[in-house]
Design a protein around this ligand. Structure first.
Ligand code: WT7
Length: 657
């Protein structure tokens, strides 16, 4: 194909668009196009519509308090409890309906009606209190996808103790760093879980993490997932989850009325420095926002069976497995395992068996489904599906169309939702009952969300031009600060485009984007040193500091290279110290160090030993060149390099491998 044809095809592909199917529109939760204007004209009061989805103990008196921007406060004066909103208020009408439908990887299942979930959350909340957990104590959870995780989260929410969930795939070191940063004195973990049919021991990893925490950890609670399969280590004084619940059988814990601005949870996420940031979310604004977006974008109704295949260890699971869906009283499906166990049709098997109405997943998963072939979804009756969604990274039009056709049978809208750990909930996406969909483009900003694409000077760019995404007005689901680090909150998110002297504040998500004539935003990816591997966010600095910690490493630079399934993969360029051989054994040592510091998700795809790194005259590593090399692309400008020859040397090494 000539370059011209490639370009023409690319343009045709971009021009393609799909209207929401009539059958969907007829029943959609939001269908009035006027909603965009209505929110604009009535901002910020428009957000009452989100708050109205909740039950408040005390009505708020101010929608938005911007007196101390960018430390915005939402729904001030109001108070509520998140667990009461997710459980108690549904009991009368939906007590016997299923809240969580859990599926283990081995095919075992556990079903919790709202009444059962309410009971267990109360019992565990009572147990936590007895263990000494008080309001505002941060409780860490290091747990995989087992029902005890949402139970523990809701129990914490009930007694006003913020939770900090650490993804089970993270390493012991990562757990320790997060517990220390939050000064968390309580840990809830489990013995293990199943991966590809094998029991994976988790407790040792938790123990290793605990041994590295400097402060006193008061209590450790261990849930039992593997049973007799694994006789897990229990230290003196550690508690068994089931025993605690049994000891508090029938206990009722009055939900603590929390101020709207009280912290609901912390979620650590990677940034440009070596230290993850504790993103703080609050009770009123966050819960309103995730409920509203679950209603308006995911179109969730109480009678639906809804399934988000993310892990609760990430923000997607917090917002759209636990809080949003349960606040709306729907059935949320939770699956423990991998999508290809025992066979590559596992997910479609679940969709068929549970008659899933709404399915929300990540582009990396869709690209894997594509690779596995259409025969897997074709084996199953997927006609229960009404809406599909994606999140986590840009979705290429081909993957979008595959999903639309082979999973949705061209009868389900696909919502491509752009958002971040920091935004709490969805920000840029089509409303499925209103907007035309354009594969590859997330869509317009949601009503009330003032997202723009600007140049380095902050001026809006013309249609078709690349620029930087900004959000020019606050929103209820936004992070409130970086935990115990207000300065970092302001400098990371509110300094690039804001004018503090004029009290004008602009949120900068650190993503590149472009916008078309219809105001549809295509998010291009991060513009900072953060990688997106399989929809997981990893800081290059964190990986680099793990690598330079290895004896024999002098210097390291980590960049992202394109990967057909993962989106991005980790490429590590390493200079060894004199006398240290850059051989396979040393590469293994480096890979192991990264796994130990962060977890298997950060595992380098390739380690390239090099005598030098390309540097500018001022000594700055030219990462862009390293990225070009990883992607085997034509190299960008090398004229400012102090050591231009090194680039060819590295290039030769990468193509040798
Ligand atoms: C980063 C946030 C939101 C929950 C999962 C990830 C990228 C996210 C999209 C999308 C293009 C996307 C951005 C963003 N991203 N969704 N639909 N299209 N890019 O949360 O770990 O906080 O990562 O993921 O780069 O900044 P996260």
């Amino acid at each position: 194909m000539s370059d011209d044809t490639v370009e023409l095809e690319a343009r045709l592909e971009e021009a393609e668009s799909f209207d929401p199917p009539e059958s969907f529109v007829e029943q959609a939760n939001v269908t009035d196009e006027g909603i965009y204007e209505e929110f604009d004209e009535n901002w910020p009061e428009c957000w009452e519509r989100a708050a109205d989805l909740l039950d408040w103990d005390e009505e708020y008196d101010t929608v938005l308090d911007d007196g101390d921007a960018p430390f915005y406060e939402w729904f001030t004066g109001g108070s509520l409890n998140a667990s009461a909103n997710c459980l108690d208020r549904h009991l009368d009408e939906r007590g016997d309906e299923v809240a969580i439908d859990w599926i283990g990887e081995l095919g075992d299942t556990r079903t919790y009606t709202y009444e059962e979930l309410h009971r267990e959350v109360n019992e565990f909340a009572a147990a936590l209190r007895d263990l000494g957990v008080e309001e505002n104590d941060v409780v860490t959870m290091y747990m995989p996808m087992i029902p005890e995780l949402p139970i523990a989260m809701l129990a914490c929410a009930r007694i006003g103790a913020p939770h900090s969930v650490v993804f089970a795939g993270f390493s012991a070191d990562a757990l320790a760093t997060r517990m220390e940063s939050a000064a968390s004195e309580y840990l809830i973990t489990c013995d293990g879980y199943y991966r590809r049919g094998d029991p994976l021991h988790h407790k040792e990893k938790a123990d290793e993490g605990l041994s590295q925490v400097d402060h006193e950890v008061e209590e450790v609670v261990v849930a039992d997932r593997l049973g007799d399969e694994y006789d897990h280590p229990m230290d003196d004084g550690e508690r068994d989850f089931d025993d605690l619940v049994a000891d508090h059988e029938g206990a009722a814990v009055e939900p603590v009325s929390r101020d709207a601005e009280d912290m609901l949870f912390l979620m650590y996420t990677s940034g440009t420095t070596g230290k993850p940031k504790g993103v703080k979310h609050t009770t009123g604004g966050y819960l309103s926002y995730v409920s509203w977006t679950s209603h308006a974008v995911l179109d969730i109704e109480p009678d639906d069976t809804y399934w988000c295949s993310a892990d609760i260890g990430w923000i997607t699971g917090h917002s759209y497995i636990v809080y949003g869906p349960l606040a709306l009283g729907t059935t949320s499906v939770m699956y423990e395992g991998t999508p290809d166990y025992p066979e590559k049709d596992r997910l479609w098997d679940i969709v068929e068996e549970y008659e899933v109405d709404i399915f929300y997943t990540a582009p990396t998963a869709i690209r894997a489904f594509m690779k596995w072939g259409t025969e897997h979804p074709e084996k199953h009756d997927l006609t229960s599906l009404r809406l599909l969604g994606t999140v986590g990274e840009p979705i290429n039009p081909r993957a979008w169309k595959w999903y639309y056709k082979h999973v949705g049978n061209e009868e389900c809208p696909v919502v491509d939702t752009w958002w971040q750990t920091e935004t709490g909930g969805m920000m840029v996406t089509t409303l499925p009952g209103i907007n035309t969909m354009k594969p590859g483009s997330a869509g317009p900003p949601l009503p009330g969300i003032d997202a723009r694409v600007v140049d380095t000077a902050g001026e809006e760019v013309d249609a078709g031009r690349a620029g930087y995404l900004t959000v020019d007005k606050p929103w209820p689901g936004m992070l409130r600060t970086v935990y115990k680090n207000d300065d970092r909150y302001v400098s990371e998110y509110w300094s690039e485009y804001s004018d503090p002297d004029a009290d004008e504040w602009v949120y900068f998500p650190e993503d590149g984007a472009k916008i078309d004539e219809d105001g549809y935003i295509t998010v291009l990816g991060r513009v900072d040193d953060v990688l997106n591997v399989s929809g997981h966010r990893l800081g290059t600095m964190e990986i680099e500091s793990a690598i330079v910690g290895v004896n024999g490493v002098a210097e390291a630079a980590v960049v992202g290279g394109q990967h057909p399934v993962k989106g991005e993969a980790v490429y590590a360029y390493v200079i060894t110290e004199e006398g240290q051989e850059g051989d396979a054994a040393f590469e293994e040592e480096i890979v192991a160090a990264v796994e130990e510091a962060i977890g298997p998700i950060a595992r380098p795809e390739e380690v390239v030993f090099t005598p030098e790194l390309p540097k500018t005259r001022s000594g700055k590593i030219m990462r862009r060149l390293l990225e070009d090399i990883a992607n085997e692309e034509e190299l960008g400008d090398t004229s400012t390099l102090r050591n231009p020859d090194v680039v060819e040397d590295i290039q030769a090494k990468v193509s040798d491998d």
